[in-house]
Design a protein around this ligand. Structure first.
Ligand code: FES
Ligand code: FE2
Length: 385
C-alpha cells in the first residue's frame, strides 16, 4: 500500500478514534439463525466454496523449483509443486492405485513415491513407476498421472481451483485489491507453519469473529484490547471483499505529530476479508492467514491458521520469538473468540430464538453476509436425494 493511501486511512482512523465512533452501515440488519444451522444452507455454502478460487497459502511455501507442499482444502488433500521451470502446479493428492495420499507435509522432492505400494509420480504429476507392473496391464505409465487442478501464484499467494475443469482468474477475482495485497509482500515472507482448529461452530460464525472489533473490550480484555481500540473501524468494500482498519491505542498520539512524520503502519492492524472464506491480517511484524472451511455438518468448521514474518528466521532467538507471537495469536483465537462462539452456535441450534442482530457499527459483518447472499442468489440449489 502506498504512503498516501496509508496516510489517508490513518487520518480516517484518527478522526474515528477522536470522535469515539466507527464507520457505520446505513442500518441494522437481522440475520436468521438457520443461516448457521440448516443443512440446505450448509450444502449451498459448500457448493459456493467449491466453485470459488481458493487461496491456500503463501508463495514462500514453494520457495524454489523442486519444492512441494500439501494442503487440506474443504476436506480434500491437495499437492502443490514448483516444477523445474518455476511454474506452480496442483494435483489431487490421491494415488491412482488405491487412493492413498501420495505425500504429506512439505519439502523438496522431484518425485513422490506412494507410501502404500510405491507407485511413483514426478512433480508434474506424471506416473513414472509401478512396482509389480504385470498386475496392472491397463495402467499406462508415462501417460497416466495425478489429477491436475488449476493452480497459480498471484499477489504473493498460492491459489487453486478444486474443479479440474475450472478456469482460475485471480486478477478478476481480486479486482482492485490485487495490487494492494501484493504490495504488502506478506506472501513472500517466511512461513511459520500451520495450526488447525476443528471447532463446533458454523464456518460463517468463525468468519464473523474476524469481521468486527466491537468485541475487543470484552472478549479480548486481557489480550488485544490492551493494545487495540474497540468498536473503532475504518471500513471499505471492494466488490465481494472488504478491508477493515483496526486502530491501535497509540493512534491518538499522532494527533500531536505532523503528518509527514507519521509512521502509520505502527498504529494499525489491517484485516482483509476475501470472498468467500479467507481472512488476512497484516501488521508491521506478521501476516496472518485464516482459511476457514465448512465441516461435515453445519455446526462444525475447520480453520487453518498460518503466519508469515519479515524477520530473518535463521537467527534462532528471532525464530523462537516469531513462533511465540504465532502461538499467542492462535491461542487468543482458540481460547477467546472460538470458545465464546461455541456457546453461540449451541444457542442457534436450540431454536429458542430466530434472529441475530448485526449493528450499524458492524459493517464488515453485514458486508460478508451480503456477499454470500449475493453469490448464493444466482447459484443453483443443490439437489437432494
Ligand atoms: S495406494 Fe498408492 S501405491 Fe497403492
Ligand atoms: Fe476476536
Amino acid at each position: 500500500m502506498d504512503r498516501d493511501q496509508l496516510i489517508d486511512l490513518t487520518r480516517r482512523a484518527v478522526k474515528l478514534a477522536r470522535d469515539k465512533t466507527t464507520d457505520l452501515a446505513p442500518a441494522e440488519q437481522r440475520v436468521h439463525a438457520r443461516e448457521y444451522t440448516s443443512i440446505e444452507r450448509h450444502e449451498r455454502d459448500v457448493a459456493m466454496l467449491t466453485a470459488s478460487p481458493q487461496l491456500v497459502g503463501y508463495v514462500s511455501e514453494l520457495p524454489a523449483p523442486g519444492t512441494y507442499c500439501t494442503k487440506t482444502v474443504m476436506g480434500r488433500s491437495v499437492l502443490l509443486t514448483r516444477t523445474s521451470t518455476g511454474a506452480v502446479k496442483a494435483f489431487n493428492n490421491i494415488c491412482l492405485h488405491r487412493q492413498s495420499q501420495v505425500v504429506t507435509g512439505c519439502g523438496s522432492a522431484k518425485r513422490f513415491t506412494c507410501p502404500y505400494h510405491a507407485w511413483t509420480y514426478d512433480n508434474t504429476g506424471r506416473l513414472i513407476g509401478v512396482p509389480g507392473r504385470e498386475g496392472f496391464p491397463d495402467v499406462d505409465v508415462k501417460s497416466d498421472g495425478l489429477t491436475e487442478l488449476p493452480a497459480t501464484e498471484f499477489a504473493g499467494f498460492l491459489w487453486v481451483a478444486l474443479d479440474p475443469s475450472a478456469t482460475l482468474d485471480i486478477s478478476t477475482h481480486l479486482g482492485p485489491l490485487a495490487e494492494e495485497l501484493d504490495s504488502w509482500g506478506i506472501g513472500r515472507w517466511s512461513p511459520l507453519g500451520e495450526k488447525v482448529l476443528d471447532a463446533p461452530i458454523n464456518w460463517k460464525l468463525a468468519v464473523d469473529t474476524f469481521s468486527e472489533n466491537y468485541h475487543f473490550a470484552t472478549v479480548h480484555r486481557q489480550t488485544f484490547a490492551k493494545i487495540a481500540r474497540s468498536n473503532c473501524t475504518v471500513f471499505d468494500s471492494f466488490g465481494a471483499h472488504h478491508r477493515l482498519i483496526f486502530p491501535l491505542n497509540s493512534i491518538m498520539e499522532l494527533e500531536d505529530v505532523p503528518e509527514d512524520q507519521w509512521d502509520p503502519f505502527q498504529n494499525m492492524v489491517v484485516i482483509y476479508a476475501l470472498f468467500p472464506n479467507i481472512v488476512l491480517s497484516v501488521t508491521i511484524a506478521n501476516g496472518e492467514l485464516f482459511r476457514i472451511y465448512p465441516g461435515a455438518v453445519p455446526g462444525r468448521s475447520i480453520t487453518v491458521h498460518q503466519n508469515s514474518t519479515p524477520l530473518d528466521l535463521s537467527d534462532e532467538s528471532v525464530a523462537a520469538g516469531a513462533q511465540a507471537v504465532f502461538d499467542y495469536a492462535h491461542a487468543t483465537v482458540r481460547d477467546e473468540d472460538y470458545r465464546l462462539v461455541e456457546g453461540l452456535q449451541a444457542n442457534l441450534e436450540s431454536g429458542a430464538r430466530d434472529y441475530l442482530l448485526f449493528g450499524r457499527n458492524e459493517p464488515g459483518l453485514q458486508h460478508r453476509h451480503a456477499s454470500w447472499a449475493n453469490a448464493l442468489q444466482g447459484a443453483e440449489q443443490p439437489r437432494r436425494n
